[in-house]
Design a protein around this ligand. Structure first.
Ligand SMILES: [Zn+2]
Length: 81
């Protein structure tokens, strides 16, 4: 008998493939990650909070990242205008 993708599921419930490893609740690691992102706003909040904390801890590095992002944005704007 061929080995099944997971104990309970033959393939991922979301993407219907067995390409990625089973992660949880019948979903592969990719779909589970996506699903979590969509369905759990607290997860998103957590990311927001973590990035905020990181900014607080590394203000200099954050400034560099931000100025790069602004520069990129301005360059893009110049092109589209
Ligand atoms: Zn999947």
């Amino acid at each position: 008998m061929k080995k099944q993708w997971s104990k309970k599921y033959k393939k991922c419930l979301k993407c219907k493939t067995t390409e990625n490893k089973h992660y949880a609740f019948g979903m592969c690691n990719i779909c589970y990650g996506r699903n979590r992102w969509k369905t759990k706003p607290d997860y998103r909040e957590n990311i927001k909070r973590l990035s905020y904390e990181w900014r607080e801890k590394h203000p200099e590095r954050w400034k560099v990242i931000q100025s790069k992002a602004i520069k990129k944005y301005m360059e893009k704007k110049k092109v589209t205008e």
